[in-house]
Design a protein around this ligand. Sequence first.
Ligand code: MD6
Ligand code: FE
Length: 217
Amino acid sequence: MTRSLFDESLAPYDAPEPIAPGAMLLRGFALEQAEGLIQAVRQVIASAPLRHLITPGGRAMSVCMSNCGVLGWTSSRAGYRYSPTDPLTGQPWPAMPGCLPDLALRAAAEAGFNGFVPDACLINRYAPGARMSLHQDRDESDLSAPIVSVSLGLPAVFLFGGLRRSDRPARWRLSHGDVAVWGGASRLAFHGVAPLADGDCPRLGRQRINLTFRRAG
Ligand code: MD6
Ligand code: FE
């Protein structure tokens, strides 16, 4: 394969890049495992299909979601919650294929959080135009654990703000194979994803897949 010097998404992993206290970007950290991660996602969504969840306000989210692990994050008119079963099928969420917690553990350690054992992996699929508005991840019972977020497919603009909704967010490009880790002073920072620009990536076509690993229970 010819590797362009100017394509940061193909550069080998170098070092964590701090984006806020307790928050780091590990550009390219998951590149070598990307193929296995994609296969793992395909396997999970074959039994727990991606779906547009409804917000408590009654609107369909533009992002499609599923989960694997002991707990899965869901939303409905009744609110947000972690559930051991998939409301769509009534079955437990599929177990996390081993390569997922393995990568999450290594990425967390690289960012300074040792011993991260996730019990929930949220799978987010973005089609062009899909977005995620500013929010805090605060439904997890253990806020001392970080969150590890893996990006696959089309690049996205990640919005990373402060502890107040009104704090103006910084913008970070997340490309195929990039991993973001945050915890500590940033664990409750407001964040979101700008509407996905259309494009065509070699491996996943016109979509972006994001995996976020948490310690929820
Ligand atoms: C996304 N991510 O990147 C959405 N939350 O598609 C998140 O909402 C997120 O990336 C907490 C920690 C990392 C994340
Ligand atoms: Fe989030």
